[in-house]
Design a protein around this ligand. Structure first.
Ligand code: SF4
Length: 433
């Protein structure tokens, strides 16, 4: 459902704005990178300003296909001078075009916020005239919201990679989060499908954002040390960090290549998130693009694998091994941690009363929070199966892999030839073979 379908538009005298909103909210739906988290805490409880943005991130809801809709998620325009072949807004596309003015976006954001429809703004744009002009317009919207309306809600701006560094710096002053889409898993694919975009330019801009964010954080820490007081003002630069998005399934890259790219983005540019967006076939598309979308489950498995890399101590080589029997793809029927465990049974069973946190994190069905609870709990008592039940751990899933004070796994379960089959529901097994 697009934003416009579910909201009352507060401009009865201007149907044109409604039409623009219908087009530009719909055009923004292809961007998956709209979750908000980890920004500075702001509010307007003292009667000053409009909106709030909690330290844990604003509340947001998701449509059934996982897209976030609590932000006003729009494009400034879907006109574009570029010709990225995977994009419905490319210059040669026959889609209906629209363009907001800066003041229209500001007004919509404030009006929607006051009506409690949204908690912030997610703004992206096609490239109009040139990169700098587009970036200037995007920044100006954020600036006006913050300085003229004292808007304290969340702002996520998609930045234009080839815009000048000064304009990126300006955007960082007003936005909570900045993002630049890496678009494709490899530089070769980017050159093939988006010839006007430069892989080097994208990386240079990501590096600039990384430095701006690090500098602002260092300044905040330094001021805290000096004054030992709550800081009222400090250099502001995208406190919720930077994120990016990669299209999955438009090119031939397998999951291993995608995860290697993500890992580099996290390590080199301190990304807060890499979002994976399953390619959607578009009208009059290039023949080099697939005719059907990849299964949404592929996107889901990539998110699970991404989580394992960031929070569970896994390496890409463990999740998608480089060997002659692997095609570099994640198993669509079971999650990547379970898949790793089935292929590394020598690592199990793990004794929950003795194992390190690092090892417990490797048990399928035990999340990071439960792993920490187990470590805390065993300071006072020995871990039993019922303790896991109380933590709502999926017992069927963990049983082959653990040992507790009252449970020792049946060796035959772990040694089962078809252990993978034990976890796949029968109807999925039929689909799998
Ligand atoms: S620059 Fe962005 S909006 Fe323009 S064609 Fe490429 S992906 Fe689409």
């Amino acid at each position: 459902m697009s934003v416009v379908c579910s909201l009352y538009v507060p401009y009865n005298d201007n149907m044109q704005l409604i039409d623009k909103l219908a087009i530009l909210a719909d055009a923004a739906k292809y961007d998956a990178s709209c979750a908000s988290s980890g920004t500075d805490q702001r509010d307007s409880k003292n009667g000053k300003g409009i909106g709030s943005s909690g330290g844990m991130g604003i509340c947001h809801s998701y449509t059934p296909d996982g897209r976030c809709v609590s932000l006003l998620k729009i494009l400034l325009t879907n006109f574009c001078i570029y010709e990225c072949s995977y994009c419905v807004n490319r210059a040669s596309s026959q889609v209906k075009r629209a363009r907001f003015t800066v003041d229209e976006v500001v007004k919509l954001t404030i009006e929607f916020y006051k009506r409690n429809y949204i908690e912030g703004l997610f703004l992206s744009s096609g490239i109009i005239k040139n990169e700098d002009y587009t970036m200037e317009q995007i920044s100006l919207i954020a600036k006006k919201l913050r300085t003229e309306h004292d808007f304290r809600g969340y702002i996520h701006l998609k930045t234009i990679p080839d815009a000048s560094p000064e304009l990126l710096a300006e955007a960082g002053k007003y936005a909570d989060r900045l993002s630049i889409n890496v678009e494709m898993p490899t530089a070769q694919s980017l050159q093939q499908f988006a010839p006007e975009k430069s892989p080097l330019g994208i990386k240079k801009s990501m590096a600039r954002l990384k430095s701006g964010i690090a500098e602002a954080k260092a300044h905040k820490r330094q001021k805290k040390t000096i004054s030992n007081q709550r800081i009222k003002s400090h250099i502001k630069f995208a406190p919720a960090g930077q994120s990016t998005q990669m299209i999955v399934g438009a090119d031939q890259s397998n999951d291993r290549i995608i995860l290697i790219q993500s890992n580099q983005l996290y390590n080199n540019f301190k990304m807060r998130r890499v979002y994976y967006s399953a390619f959607s076939p578009i009208p009059d598309a290039s023949q080099a693009l697939p005719l059907i979308a990849p299964p949404l489950m592929r996107e889901h498995r990539l998110y699970q694998a991404d989580w394992l890399l960031r929070f569970y101590g896994f390496e890409v080589d463990e999740i998608t091994p480089l060997n002659s029997t692997s095609d570099g793809m994640l198993d669509l029927h079971i999650d990547p941690k379970l898949s790793w465990a089935i292929n590394h049974r020598e690592f199990f069973p793990i004794n929950l009363n003795k194992a390190s946190l690092e090892h417990i994190l490797r048990i399928p069905g035990i999340g990071a929070m439960s792993a920490r609870r187990i470590i805390n709990m065993r300071r006072y008592s020995r871990i039993r199966l019922i303790d896991l039940q109380k933590m709502r751990v999926a017992i069927k899933k963990v049983k082959p892999f653990i040992e507790t004070s009252d449970y020792h796994p049946q060796a035959r379960l772990l040694e089962k030839d078809n252990l993978r089959g034990y976890f796949i529901p029968p109807e999925q097994q039929q689909l799998a073979f």
